[in-house]
Design a protein around this ligand. Sequence first.
Ligand code: HQG
Length: 180
Amino acid sequence: MDDRRVVKVSKYLSRHLRHDPQRIGIELDAQGWVDVDVLLAALERQRFRVTRAELDEVVERNDKRRFTIRDGRIRANQGHTVEVDLGLEPLDPPAELFHGTAEGFVDAIRAEGLKAMARHDVHLSPDYATAVRVGSRRGRPVVLVVDAAGMAAEGHVFFRSDNGVWLTESVPPWAIAFPE
Ligand code: HQG
């Protein structure tokens, strides 16, 4: 598959495995899984034809390992807006984590901290470069440094998704260092 097709299929899967499964007539279980065969049949009905080999390739080659296939089922690793319980165990975070955002959001974040917005959790990156990429999706990127260890000491709970994104419910202003 060429890169454009991989991205196109990945976006289509993200939409329906994270946000809007009913749009293509599928149902996710409580942990976000759906049978691969059920998904492929639904895609066929939508005339968005994807073969099993292509699906495997998208899961394999996806730049952020957004999906997992296990025991004949598939799910998105994180980023849901529909209710799912990913079954992640709380984990001690590293001392610092990073959040990439856009310039226009900085004043609001200074005032109220980071909020999950439409998703279930605030997404934090383990490294600076990833945060730059995340922030660039929305404009000129600004990278915030989060005092994750300090938050954990105050009782905030952290999780790490199967693709290495750190998740937490919210980040208070005191735990955020803003660039000069
Ligand atoms: C901002 C992508 C105003 C926040 C990425 C962000 C990531 C606030 C936006 C993953 C705010 C929400 C998640 C506040 C937060 N006031 N703005 N109090 N608190 N924000 O997309 O972190 O391609 O829901 O900074 O790579 O940008 O989907 O979160 O800009 O890993 O796999 O509100 O999504 O991955 O945006 O991105 P999002 P995000 P995928």
